[in-house]
Ligand binder design. Structure first.
Ligand SMILES: *Cc1c(COP(=O)(O)O)cnc(C)c1O
Length: 436
């Protein structure tokens, strides 16, 4: 058995902690993000013989957890987290769509949130202080995290979303939980929400009251499980065609993209990784100019990707020595709202596909890739079910979108939230009021 893999902050290579410590901490005390200190060599042959997501997850995540107190429970954790499929639908020769929206809140974030919750439920000691999970959301994260942690004993959840900047459907998903889940409509942007969460973490007063943790894509426990569907789908392509798969990933905070890069890093047959961004083009500009210029986020149709200062860029940069290397590892494109609308219409006309605005962003990037005659077996990553964005999509395709059963159930619940200023002084008391 090789040495267990440990995790260090992107800002401090010297101190390392275990898998479960990294999960509980979320963000490192120095403000950095946890990354593995070393990379396992995965037996890809054995991995390719696995036929279900939990089986793939055990082999892929296993080496990262080995030696940790959670390791013996990994099979139970993955069975609980990966209990819905991630099918790869074929659209035409050389093009597939990876459908990541078959979970309880109909977005890919269900995978990471459910894995994290399954771990947290096993990490908490009975009778110990409650854990408070704080999550900033530009739309889908909050719903997925709330769903995954709802009614888990000893765990409270605080969901922060930018007031008026998420779709009405999403807002319902963020505010329909009650019980151990509190929702906060922040008078500001997603970046304000994210900043508030970061401030809460280093706030001595809050830290005294409760054990704070994060369920944002900065949490290692969200990221690792997302590598599983890249493993499954790339191996499916490899087995069928003997070629690696290339992915176009609708990107905001870059958690999903980082997971794909990690999957490639441990040896999965993945070739190109293309980041599809909306008009928030911090990453596209950075790859072009080499200058990292975070900026306020802009509201777009693909609202779950409205991120002006993507946290996980720090993880990406930590993997590569310099800009030149990063440029060979990923490329990025920016798509404006007009092109997103157009692509939703055309996707329906040409393939009968109904795409959410995020998926359409990636589909538009695919068109540019094809126009540029870039070869490969391409996979468009479909990050959410279009019914979550019916206000946008239905007028474009001229028909009603059938609502998946899981979503319909959520929509039937009553909603409740507290409105707060984008300041810690406003969040602090709201978090503690009525705390169990
Ligand atoms: C969160 C989200 C994204 C962006 O994912 P990141 O990991 O933040 O880059 C894309 N599409 C949808 C539907 C999302 O919910």
């Amino acid at each position: 058995m090789t040495e267990p893999i440990r995790f260090h902050s992107t800002r401090d290579g010297a101190t390392s902690i275990s898998f479960s410590q990294a999960l509980l901490q979320g963000l490192a005390p120095d403000g950095g993000l946890y990354v593995p200190t070393s990379w396992p060599s995965i037996d890809i042959q054995a991995l390719s013989r696995e036929t279900c997501l939990p089986g793939i997850a055990n082999r892929l995540i296993g080496p990262f957890v080995s030696g940790d107190p959670l390791a013996p429970q990994l099979p139970d954790i993955t069975a609980e987290a990966f209990n819905f499929p991630a099918p790869l639908a074929s659209l035409e020769e050389g093009l597939g769509v990876l459908e990541l929206f078959h979970g309880p809140t109909a977005a890919f974030k269900d995978f990471g949130a459910r894995f994290l919750a399954a771990n947290f439920a096993r990490l908490r000691q009975p009778g110990s202080h409650p854990i408070t999970i704080l999550v900033a959301t530009s739309g889908d994260t909050g719903g997925a995290v709330a769903a995954a942690f709802h009614n888990r004993p000893g765990i409270n959840v605080g969901v922060l979303f930018p007031k008026g900047l998420v779709s009405p459907t999403q807002e319902r998903q963020l505010t329909c939980w009650g019980g151990n889940v509190k929702s906060f409509a922040v008078r500001g942007t997603f970046d304000d929400c994210q900043r508030l969460v970061k401030q809460a973490f280093v706030d001595p007063e809050l830290r005294q009251q409760t054990q704070l943790s994060s369920a944002n894509s900065i949490n290692l426990g969200r990221l690792l499980p997302q590598a599983v569907y890249y493993a499954a789908s790339s191996l499916e392509v490899w087995k069928k065609h003997g070629e690696p798969a290339s992915y176009i990933i609708p990107s905001g905070n870059l958690g999903n993209a980082a997971a794909c890069i990690w999957a490639r890093k441990v040896g999965l047959p993945i070739r190109d990784i293309v980041l599809a961004h909306n008009a928030n083009q911090t990453v596209t500009d950075f790859l072009r100019t080499g200058e990292w210029r975070p900026r306020p986020s802009i509201a777009t149709l693909a609202s779950a990707m409205d991120v002006g200062n993507p946290s996980n860029m720090e993880r990406l940069r930590s993997l590569f020595a310099d800009l030149a290397q990063l440029r060979t590892a990923v490329s990025a494109e920016t798509v404006d709202d007009a092109a997103i609308r157009d692509r939703i219409r055309k996707g329906f006309e040409r393939y009968g596909q109904i795409w959410c605005p995020h998926t359409a962003t990636a589909a538009e990037v695919y068109e540019r890739i094809i126009a540029g005659k870039r070869p490969g077996r391409w996979i468009i990553v479909s990050t959410a079910h279009p019914a979550k964005f019916s206000e946008i999509v239905e007028p474009l395709i001229g028909r009603k979108i059938p609502v998946p059963e899981a979503l319909a159930k959520l929509f039937a619940r009553p909603t409740e939230f507290t409105e707060i200023e984008p300041e810690l002084a406003s969040l602090r008391p709201a978090l503690s009021v009525g705390r169990a």
